[in-house]
Design a protein around this ligand. Structure first.
Ligand code: GSH
Length: 215
C-alpha cells in the first residue's frame, strides 16, 4: 500500500501514525505540494496530500484513507464501536483537520513552506493572525476537554488522539512557544502522544530534514 505525500503534512502524518499503531506497513512516495506526478494525481485528483493506493484502489483524504485501513484491519481497534465514543472520535478527527490543522497550515505554509521550499516570501500577516487569533481558542477548548487519562475518548488511544496530536508536530517544527501556564494539560497531552513510536519515527526525520533545509 502506497501513501503519496510528505509526513510534514499533518494529514499525511496522521495516516502514517494510524497505520503504525495498527501494525500496517505503508510505502511512502515523497510528493511535493501540488505536484503533477500522474500516480499521485490519479489517487488525489485535487492534488492534496495524502493520496493512497492499494493495488487497483486509489483514494485521497486522510480520514477516507483511515476508514479504509480500519476496515481492512479492524484490530487493534482505534475507532470505538460504542455510539457516543465513535461520534466523539469522528468529531475530534474533524476538529483536528478543519480547525487545528487548518490554523497550523496558515503558519506552516507562510513561515516554512513558502520561504524554505518554494523560495518565495510567505504572507506573514496571515501566519501571525492564525497564531494570535485562531490558535488560542482551539487550545483553550482542548484544555477544557482532555481527560486525566491523557486520552480524549474511552481513556485509551484512539484516532481522536492521533488526529489531534499530529498538528502539534507542526507547531514544534514552527518553533511556536505555547504558554505552558495557560495550556498545561494540552501541551503535556500532545507531548505524550507525539512521544509514541508511531509518531516519533516520522517527527525525528522531519526535524533532521528541516535542520538540513535551513542549513
Ligand atoms: N482534508 C484533507 C486535507 C489535505 C490537505 O489539505 N493537504 C495539504 C497539505 S497539508 C495539501 O496537499 N495542499 C495542497 C493544495 O491545497 O494544493 C485530508 O484530510 O487529507
Amino acid at each position: 500500500m502506497i501513501v503519496y505525500g510528505s509526513s510534514m503534512s499533518p494529514f499525511v502524518r496522521k495516516v502514517l501514525a494510524f497505520a503504525a499503531e495498527k501494525g500496517i506497513a505503508l510505502e511512502v512516495k515523497p510528493i511535493g505540494l501540488g505536484a503533477d506526478d500522474p500516480d499521485f494525481v490519479a489517487a488525489s485528483p485535487f492534488k492534496k496530500m495524502p493520496g493512497f493506493r492499494d493495488r487497483d484502489f486509489a483514494i485521497s483524504d486522510s480520514s477516507a484513507i483511515i476508514a479504509y485501513l480500519d476496515a481492512i484491519q479492524p484490530e487493534p481497534n482505534l475507532i470505538p464501536a460504542e455510539a457516543k465514543a465513535r461520534a466523539r472520535t469522528i468529531w475530534y478527527d474533524e476538529f483536528a483537520d478543519t480547525l487545528l490543522a487548518a490554523c497550523g497550515g496558515k503558519m506552516f505554509f507562510n513561515r516554512i513552506v513558502a520561504p524554505v521550499f518554494m523560495k518565495r516570501e510567505g504572507d506573514l500577516a496571515v501566519a501571525d493572525a492564525a497564531e494570535c487569533n485562531e490558535l488560542p481558542p482551539l487550545l483553550d477548548y482542548l484544555e477544557g476537554v482532555i481527560p486525566d487519562s491523557g486520552f480524549l475518548v474511552e481513556d485509551r488511544l484512539t484516532l481522536a488522539d492521533i488526529a489531534v496530536a499530529s498538528p502539534f508536530a507542526n507547531f514544534r517544527l514552527l518553533g511556536l512557544t505555547l504558554d505552558a501556564a495557560r495550556w498545561p494539560k494540552t501541551l503535556a497531552y500532545a507531548d505524550a502522544i507525539l512521544a509514541r513510536a508511531s509518531f516519533k519515527a516520522w517527527t525525528d526525520r522531519e526535524a533532521a530534514f528541516m535542520d538540513k533545509m535551513r542549513g
